[in-house]
Write a protein that binds this ligand. Structure first.
Ligand SMILES: *Cc1c(COP(=O)(O)O)cnc(C)c1O
Length: 455
């Protein structure tokens, strides 16, 4: 009988026992992280005002396997393992010989992959006696995920939300409140960093770089408050590796292995979460894959940015990391995929791109929404605007396979659902969605401000 399976479900006992750390398998090590004041490599004590030691340890670890604490696995059981689907109806609609699989992270209570790291971060902070966490959020997914994790571990959560998303997505704020967190629009008048930006431009749409400055400033100035970041950092990518670890098992259940692995990339965590375990297999001599990270044309970090040392935030409070960047003062236009508006890219993803192990593409938003709608009409799930970038890439790859009469197995990360983003879909249906480009002069200006690191 022909195999007709639609979804590959694993039992709770198959939730990975450890995270996979790709730093153990890199052909060349990452460039050191530098102190923003001295330009010298930082040590763990430099990060201690912001993060618990356990997370600092993970940030610099080169251990391949890092055990997932039982209380974290216990919470993962609420939604993990997440399902892996074969997109049979989409394949049929496209008439492609390619097999398309997707890992669906929208089944978490927050509706995206972000709780995978939020829960781990809240756990380690709680272990070290931290009672308050401060963070930023773009589209609101990270803020609601940390709010959720804060409620599980009894931690107060304060969230600075990028102004444009704060105005576009009032329900996200309500969700954060429901989980007991406080959310304000960024830039705000509550911080030095926010006040400086507001003085320059009272109508600014804000940016993740600005919101990070606000949250870092508050955490650095108070003893009982730590900072949490929802993407970019090594420990966040580490936590997301549960996605790819499960997917490896599920692909085996389907008797398949991906030729192409795709994820949308804001700071790089959902892409890495799916792709790194497969890249790790490849680096250890396993089958080759093509790993593709997709970014928006309006914030094209890897396709138009520089690979250079830069700050993680606008006010230059964070350490300097070597990454693809559009410059820390770059403010992207207010397009709909709020979760993809960061000026930088995770150092690990950047490094692998630089080594030729990761490919980057950028797309305009209307064709992504078009394919997001096609996906919803065949597969039933409404993708988050960010995830439509991955959907579009998967469809593009499937149509290339059709044109070339190629057998190909495509796996992508459906990082979240779009139930809180229906205003963006309404704009799409009303023809009000514009294909925005980044401002080339703005990019030139912000890149000219990259710090001068002679090393
Ligand atoms: C935040 C978010 C992203 C982008 O962040 P990464 O760290 O690059 O994964 C993508 N998709 C969804 C649904 C998100 O919430």
């Amino acid at each position: 009988m022909a195999d007709n399976t639609l979804k590959y479900n694993l039992p709770e006992t198959s939730i990975p026992k450890s995270w996979y750390n790709i730093s153990a398998d890199l052909p060349e090590p990452l460039a050191p992280v530098l102190h923003p004041g001295t330009g010298q490599p930082i040590g763990p004590e430099d990060l201690a005002p912001l993060f618990p030691m356990a997370l600092i340890g993970q940030e610099v670890s080169v251990e391949r396997e890092i055990e997932i604490p039982d209380p974290v696995r216990d919470i993962y059981r609420m939604w993990r393992p997440t399902p892996l689907y074969r997109a049979r109806r989409l394949e049929k609609a496209l008439g492609t010989p390619a097999k398309i699989f997707y890992k669906y992270e929208g089944v978490s209570p927050g509706g995206s992959h972000k709780p995978n790291s939020a829960v781990a971060q809240a756990f380690y902070n709680k272990e070290e006696g931290v009672t308050k966490l401060c963070t930023e959020t773009g589209a609101g997914q990270w803020g609601s995920s940390l709010a959720l994790a804060g409620s599980f571990f009894d931690i107060d959560v304060k969230i600075y939300m990028v102004r444009v998303s704060f105005d576009q997505k009032p329900y996200r704020k309500a969700l954060m409140q429901t989980y007991g967190a406080t959310c304000v629009a960024s830039p705000s008048n509550e911080t030095e960093a926010g006040r400086v930006i507001l003085a320059q431009d009272p109508n600014t749409s804000g940016s993740l770089g600005i919101a990070i400055s606000e949250a870092v400033e508050v955490a650095a100035k108070s003893d009982d408050t730590n900072y949490a970041l929802g993407s970019v950092l090594n420990h966040v990518l580490l936590h997301q590796s549960v996605i790819g670890r499960e997917a490896i098992e599920q692909m085996a259940m389907a008797d398949a292995y991906p030729d192409v692995v795709i994820g949308c990339a804001g700071g790089g965590s959902n892409f890495a979460g799916l792709a790194f375990p497969f890249l790790g297999e490849m680096l250890k001599g396993g089958p080759a894959i093509k790993a593709i990270a997709i970014e928006p044309a309006a914030c094209p970090t890897m396709t138009r940015g520089s690979f250079a040392y830069d700050y993680g935030d606008t006010a230059h409070l964070t350490p300097l990391v070597k990454m693809y960047t559009l410059g820390a003062s770059f403010v992207p236009p207010g397009f709909h995929s709020g979760g993809l508006r960061y000026h930088g890219m995770s150092p690990l993803v950047s490094h692998l791109k630089q080594l030729g192990l990761v490919e980057a593409r950028s797309y305009h938003q209307t064709k992504c929404f078009q394919d997001g709608v096609a996906f919803a009409r065949t597969e039933g799930i409404v993708p988050a605007p960010e995830s439509t970038h991955a959907v579009h890439a998967a469809i593009e790859e499937a149509l290339i396979a059709k044109r070339d009469g190629q057998e190909k197995t495509i796996l992508f990360n459906l990082s979240g659902h779009g139930h809180f983003d229906m205003a963006a879909y309404m704009d799409f249906f009303d023809g009000n969605l514009e294909d925005m480009d980044y401002d080339a002069a703005e990019l030139e200006r912000s890149l000219s401000e990259l710090p001068d690191i002679s090393s």
